[in-house]
Design a protein around this ligand. Sequence first.
Ligand SMILES: [Zn+2]
Length: 199
Amino acid sequence: MRNPNRDIFGEVKEIVSVPSAAEYYGMSVRNGMTSCIFHEDRNPSMKLYDDHFYCFGCTEYGDVVKLTARLFGLTQYEAAKKLCSDFGVIHSRDKPIIRQKICVQSQREKEQRVFRILSDYCSLLRRFRTEYAPKSDSEALHPLFTESLTQLEMYEHFCDVFISGTTDERKDFMENCKEVIDYADRRNNDYNTDTRIAC
Ligand SMILES: [Zn+2]
């Protein structure tokens, strides 16, 4: 399971460097050195690195969250939240956006797949319409010609949903018309199998 506390620490540390937090919170920093806030320090003996601090006097070390917690007497979590708000770190905000993009992407791929099935089946039905058309009035109707008569108009309408329909209409169709999609898919496969055998 996701640990939101661990995420907030990771994000803050990635974005807020130790020196920028120290300066922002009014510590006097010279040549990367500042007075230690963990012991009585007359000469600056705390060295600030980008991702941590280290005191040559009392050997205390830690990250930007620990520094901020000490400065304001906060818990680590409170300090992380303070850093987020002071430095405009939008905690976990980008992650849902990325997830949403992936969802939109896969929805589009699903739509493309369904549209391909429907339009393939329409092409198949159009071929049935011409190839199996009766040559004379007395000839019995071929089942594939009949299939074309009963299905083509309906499936062309389904294709229109993907060509000129709204996102909601496409989504609605895909959720509620699984059977017609599966049927078209089966017929495409049947026909492809038939041609392969025939060849
Ligand atoms: Zn110290």
